[in-house]
Design a protein. Structure first.
Length: 88
């Protein structure tokens, strides 16, 4: 899992796709509320907190220059997390 901080304040998490020109996330969620006391890195290391709000969304694609920051997440912590169900 990778967190992308995008222009205009959007923060998303998902499985990274990067071809050098376009960057995106599959199985993506918008992180609406971090729910942390120690910043975004807290959920990157430990997975979502009980106060974290994740909104399922379709795959995200954007130009690589629109990415402000890319943060790799602890895959084990996120694999254990109970993530919101996707709409059908």
């Amino acid at each position: 899992m990778t967190i992308l901080v995008l222009e205009r304040g959007h923060v998303a998490i998902g499985n990274l796709i990067d071809d050098g020109v376009m960057v995106g996330l599959d199985n993506a969620f918008i992180i609406r509320v971090w729910g942390t006391t120690r910043g975004l890195g807290e959920i990157a290391y430990g997975g979502p907190t009980p106060k974290t709000k994740l909104d399922p969304c379709p795959p995200i694609r954007t130009h690589v220059l629109k990415v402000i920051m890319r943060m790799e997440c602890n895959a084990e912590a996120w694999a254990k997390a109970s993530l919101p169900e996707r709409p059908k």
